[in-house]
Design a binder for this molecule. Sequence first.
Ligand code: ATP
Ligand code: MG
Length: 378
Amino acid sequence: MTRTLGVFGGGQLGALTAEAAKGLGWRTAALDPDPSAPALKLVDVPIAGKLDDLSAARRLAEASDVLTLEWELIPLPTLEEAARLKPLFPAPSVLANIQDRLVQRRFLEKNGFPQTEFGPAEAAADVPRYPAILKRRTHGYDGKGQFRADGAASAEASGVLAAPCVWEKIVPFEKEISVILARGRDGAVAVFPVAENLHRAGILHATRAPAEIDPSVAETAVALAKRIAEALGHVGVLAVEMFLRADGSLLVNEIAPRVHNSGHYTLGGCAVSQFEAHVRAVCGLPLPPLAPKGPAVMVNLLGDLWTGGEPDWRALDGVPGLALHLYGKASARPGRKMGHYTVVGAAAAEEWRRADERLSALAASARPRPAAPNPRRA
Ligand code: ATP
Ligand code: MG
């Protein structure tokens, strides 16, 4: 009998998850407010509906045998309603510890996990005197809803405090790394090679794996992520972003209870991708060895590249070990994640160094848009 995996959220993460489920012989369903969302174009049962619409959530649950999500901010009442009807992983109780950044920090604090100093910020008086980042407690991603404040006055002026925030002391770090793991329903955990991440303007730019870090640091990072997954009672893929400081110590930046951009290198970079690992974990299927295939690099393709028109992808033809993934989004905007490419194997180290050159070449390859008609000449 064919089983169906239902996904809350239809962005690229949901689409890649659905593709992995199909590869395992499952049918797929997805719910997203945008009918043109990437996942809705490829699942067997696309449901266009708001994420806070309980009847849409029930429709997804009724169409599915197992439920999961691609985004941690699916409203809790939606998830609770769905979980009453069908098994949902991760469970709503996991999301309850994640969705609000302040609650997430308190969860980490309660369990003794290392992190930066933080506190609630609802008014300028709550902002510390030292440089701190203010982050909206909910609905921030890709650095949105964040502000680097230099005391109360700049925080006030930024307007970020219009919604409740958390302040975090700025961490001077050597590197950003992330651990992507999959935890099964039986509690068994499989861990991907630790990833090293480069962010630009708060958005992930590129990832390489394995990270160029001391093996003992990698071991500590993995142990930390495993303990977090257990403390949460998480099932599925979990990403833990961390800062590595000059003294070799690690601080947790944030937890994502889902497949993660910094794990995209596993698609082609490991025998089992993070998407397949997630599907296997939430569906209760055995997890085979993840089997990394060698060094891997992933570079994000943001909407900025489309400024002069769509890049001419032929510029990437013939690069050994390169795979291009475009998400099929209807329109490009600066900062919007439109796709990514990976390079796996011997060429990965070189690609890490020349990613910028590659992106410039792609931008230059774009076909210019036809000139807009000039009304004064008409
Ligand atoms: P995403 O969802 O893309 O991971 P986000 O909007 O949830 O991003 P964060 O991960 O909290 O945002 O922050 C984005 C980036 O900003 C981090 O990867 C890091 O480069 C920087 N950053 C965030 N918090 C701190 C901090 N306390 N100290 C130093 N840098 C920070
Ligand atoms: Mg982050």
